[in-house]
Design a protein around this ligand. Structure first.
Ligand code: TYD
Length: 135
């Protein structure tokens, strides 16, 4: 996969004086079926999360609250996407290196994933990622 395979997806939203509502359905609003949801929160200022690639995991990253930047890298070029609205999702296919940084206070990153957790799916070393991409 390459950097141009990522997608910023605008999710449905119902604007209401009582508050807004957004939703996302498997394979309708993003191109996979969810097997796992996890979220990252209480990130201290200046911390970086992620910093790895997945062999099989596809994901949709949503800033449920606050904002943060996602930097995606295909081994040749990088792209930074700022997420700051809870009705946008960043779709990242498998095989791309990514990290998250610049978390605002009280931000929450929700990750929808097509896979169950498996440490074997991670490539945590950047040089190994480069070899993986060139293999
Ligand atoms: P990790 O994905 O390494 O966090 P980050 O890349 O954001 O720094 O996950 C941190 C720890 O949590 C790691 O020991 C694996 C564990 N973990 C699970 O057990 N299940 C999960 O679904 C996830 C995402 C992580």
């Amino acid at each position: 996969m390459e950097i141009n395979n990522i997608q910023i997806l605008e999710l449905p939203k119902h604007l209401d004086l009582r508050g807004n509502l957004s939703f996302a359905e498997n394979e309708r609003h993003f191109p996979f079926a969810i097997n796992r949801v996890y979220w990252i929160y209480d990130v201290p200022g200046g911390e970086i999360r992620g910093g790895h690639a997945f062999k099989m995991q596809q994901e949709l990253i949503i800033a449920l609250s606050g904002s943060f930047d996602v930097i995606v890298d295909d081994g040749r070029s990088k792209q930074k996407v700022t997420l700051n609205r809870s009705y946008y999702g960043l779709y990242i296919p498998n095989g791309l290196w990514r990290h998250m940084e610049n978390f605002s206070t009280n931000s929450v990153a929700m990750v929808l994933s097509n896979t169950a957790f498996s440490e074997d799916d991670y490539i945590r070393d950047y040089e190994s990622f480069k070899h993986y991409k060139n293999a």
